[in-house]
Design a protein around this ligand. Sequence first.
Ligand code: SF4
Ligand code: SF4
Length: 250
Amino acid sequence: MNTQFSCVGCGKCCTDHHVPLTLAEAAQWAADGGSVVVLTEAFLADGYGVPSEQLTHATRRSHPVISGSAQVWVAITFAAYNAGRCRNLDADNLCRIYERRPLVCRIYPMEINPHIPLRPEAKDCPSESWTQGPDLIVGGQLVDQQLIALIEQSRQADRDDIARKQAICMALGINTTALKGNGFVAYLPEMNAFAEAVARFSDGELPPVADDGWSFRVAGDQATLRLQHAGARLETAESMSYMFIPLQSA
Ligand code: SF4
Ligand code: SF4
């Protein structure tokens, strides 16, 4: 069955959605006075933490780092911190920066991760948006060429930006990560320091940055034991500098 779609401009996707940003978009978001949340997740170099069919995609958007004596791949997301309505959403539910809105805002409701199929029922778009407009999905494939190009642009930015994002995290003292699939670690950096670090690491050759490795924050005995066995560094105490959002109960 084909899936139709036409945005009805309800503004729901612009409310309570932390919008992933490219590095350039994060710099602009900070320059505009917005807040950025930094989300970290990682998996072991032997693939623990990622389903095998997703390993190639996960590795391409991650950076190789050290945790204790373990080799680890860390993925870092800079996202617009949109608690409540986005700062750019006006009273008529129109985007004030429509012409230069972030890539992910242009791609919604499509998924960027090739392993996550589009499920209309999981999206904020009301039912009428799925019963009008051109076909979006035909025979299980996205057919909108413009959207296909935007999704590829977003995936490419993930790959291009990851080394710089890791350097920015090190400079900001962001060095705790969740285990992929086990939870998220979220930091809300002070925005002047964030903007400075982004400016320092965004262009040209990457300057050297002190790197004493990453620590994991995880939920559950199985994950804890597996990471300990691999020699990874673990954090167990509560921290004031980040929030841990478990996806599994401890
Ligand atoms: S930047 Fe614009 S399109 Fe993106 S979430 Fe904010 S209001 Fe919505
Ligand atoms: S939730 Fe869907 S229909 Fe509503 S503004 Fe966003 S993309 Fe359009």
